[in-house]
Design a protein around this ligand. Sequence first.
Ligand code: PAF
Length: 281
Amino acid sequence: MKVIEMIAEMKEFVTKVKRQGKTIGFVPTMGFLHEGHLTLMRKAAEKTDFVVASIFVNPLQFGAGEDFEEYPRDLERDLRLAESAGVNLMFTPGVTEMYPSGYGTTVEVGSLTDKLCGRSRPGHFRGVTTVVTKLFNIVEPDIAFFGQKDAQQAAILNKMAADLNMNLEIKVVPIVRETDGLAMSSRNKYLSPEERKAALVLSQGLELARNFVAAGARNTADLISEITDFINREPRARIDYVEVLSFPGFSETENMHGQVIIALAVFIGGTRLIDNMVLEV
Ligand code: PAF
């Protein structure tokens, strides 16, 4: 697996790959890879001729007081895992390579960004859409792969790609879970053993919601209140949001019908975790 740090070298390499008539699959990440990332990489290897992944902890998508400095990093381990998952080229730029002094352009999607994580983390999605646009321009992928765990991010990136006529397809891959249900996330590393157990309230809250809907629940406020009560019973949990929205539109709905997304953000101790489930009602 080739590893490149510089944008100019990436662009040269990508030109060569394209000249060979190969399709490029791209998996952008912030590193500290887990099975969720590796599933995206394997999918990219299955669907395209040449797989590029990136590792870049993007300062622009972290707010003041968030975990940019502490975000887990282990490049050597990541390179080994990515290679085993079929990645051909890993792009690992530094912060000044991506945002040199005087850098002044951002990309902002005008809808979908003001709710859920966008409301709790102002400016977060502007950081995501800016870095992903830059990465797309550098890597020129035919298909880019994102996880459904970040369902709102995936929807925003889809909208951005459509609105800006980007010449690529975005594929969203289902959430990968630990055997006990916890959605895989690099931030799970922050959890103490007690918090790791407590974190199950997210996936269990979603399962509870699935059962309520299967039993005929249709009122959104009632469902939110059931999930909220369940999560609040865990003393280590502090809810950021529990929301039920139409899917894929992410709009509010009084009564559930068609596809809905149940989206959760919950602090377990100091760690903010997200999870979601899409249901056909
Ligand atoms: O999902 C992530 O890990 C990040 O938001 C992404 C897409 C790599 C952009 O920094």
